[in-house]
Design a protein around this ligand. Structure first.
Ligand SMILES: CNc1nc2c(CCc3ccc(C(F)(F)F)cc3)c3[nH]c(N)nc(=O)c3cc2[nH]1
Ligand SMILES: [Zn+2]
Length: 372
């Protein structure tokens, strides 16, 4: 059995949702799962104990950032990323391709790999499938993402086709670089832009390598949500039923539910922690901009139905005061709440699948939250 594998407990009768368990060398995680993002080896402002307390069993980190700083050799000397950051749960690392495009400057893609300037010190850097695999093995992550190119949105059919074909060639190089054991943690990434024929081509080429899991990349890159859902409608069924499916970079509460209904098992998004730090809280009745004047004399919790440390002990008024005063505790309390909120949401989604009432749960969520 692969190092990482999905155990499907139930398939929903009316949607493509699955209830499952993702088995990894660092624990078993209930799916569908939302994974907090820990870009530089930390989920910003949170200790590992707090990440565990909000219910997360798997976090994300990044080849691009750790390669540039502190360097993957240093992390390897420290005993790997789990030891370095004192996290004994599961870690999925992205391959660096996406970050080069969204963060790096002056980048040049070649068949060999990608040249770019570090966003930290402007130095010339180079990432390739081989280097990305070396870095991820040094980090010791439980799920290794293939080195891919996330095609920009919008882009031409020709660009998307050339790009996905290179991504397939890069995936083969990733697989060849990894030892047989480490290949059991390698997830391929399906590309193809917003073009059905190209998504079909990419899915066929990527799944041919018979990997332990597959991600759908190239989405949540600025396209309208209904286009993303349409791409999922025809791409997810092309992936093997028994393997975990990871939708990269998604997402907001509504997109999580829509993704689950289309058969996605794993999600990540920087949004909840990022908006937390700028004073916006997620609640079941919609977003609350805690830093706004409206919360100045609101002595109740962010969300009365939330069981997190923040909602049990602090008022919106106090948190607003901290944010206005630029007190670090404000950032921490907001992050704890937003991450706990998404863990509660995913728990409720899993319960709804278990009890065959996911479509009804979606309706209630959408009306409470005020989605269109
Ligand atoms: C926000 N939208 C989006 N994010 C996307 C991501 C990044 C996901 C990620 C992983 C790790 C971290 C870390 F900070 F925790 F490390 C942060 C973000 C993609 N990543 C790859 N490889 N291919 C894609 O095609 C792709 C498409 C993506 N759309
Ligand atoms: Zn809360």
């Amino acid at each position: 059995m692969a190092a990482v594998y999905l155990e499907i407990l139930k398939e929903d009768s009316r949607t493509k949702a699955r209830l499952g368990k993702l088995h990894t060398p660092h624990g078993t995680i209930d799916t569908p799962v939302f994974m907090p993002v820990g870009t530089q080896g930390t989920v910003k402002t949170m200790t590992p104990e707090e990440i565990k307390e909000i219910g997360a069993g798997m976090i994300l980190s990044n080849t691009y950032h750790l390669f540039l700083r502190p360097g993957h050799e240093l992390v390897r000397e420290a005993g790997g990323l789990h030891r370095f950051m004192n996290w004994d749960g599961a870690i999925l690392t992205d391959s660096g391709g996406f970050q080069v495009f969204s963060l790096g400057d002056m980048r040049t893609i070649r068949e060999e790999g990608v040249e770019f300037r570090s966003h930290i010190d402007g130095s010339r850097q180079f990432l390739s499938p081989e280097i990305s695999m070396q870095v991820q093995m040094s980090l010791g992550s439980d799920v290794v993402m293939a080195f891919d190119e996330c095609a920009p949105y919008p882009c031409t059919h020709t660009y998307a086709k050339d790009s996905l074909e290179r991504t397939t060639r890069w995936l083969k190089r990733c697989k060849e670089t990894l030892t047989t054991t480490d290949t059991q943690s390698l997830f391929g990434i399906v590309q193809g832009g917003m073009f059905e024929d190209l998504r079909r081509q990419s899915a066929a080429e990527i799944t041919e390598l018979d990997l332990p899991g597959y991600a759908i990349g190239g989405l949540s890159v600025g396209e309208p949500k209904d286009i993303m859902y349409e791409v999922l409608d025809y791409t997810v069924p092309l992936l093997p039923r028994e393997k975990p499916r990871y939708l990269m970079g998604v997402g907001s509460p509504d997109a999580l539910i829509e993704g689950v209904m289309r058969g996605i098992d794993m999600f990540d998004c920087v949004l909840p922690t990022r908006i937390a730090r700028n004073g916006t809280a997620l609640t079941r009745f919609g977003k609350v901009i805690v830093r706004n004047a409206g919360s100045a004399r609101d002595f109740g919790p962010i969300d009365p139905s939330c069981d997190c440390y923040t909602c049990r002990n602090y008022s919106r008024a106090y948190i607003r005061h901290l944010l206005k005063a630029e007190e670090i505790l404000g950032l921490r309390l907001m992050s704890i709440h937003n991450l706990r909120y998404l863990q509660i949401l995913m728990h409720e989604v899993r319960e709804a699948i278990k009890e065959d009432r996911l479509p009804e749960y979606r309706e209630k969520c959408f009306s409470d939250y005020g989605y269109e």
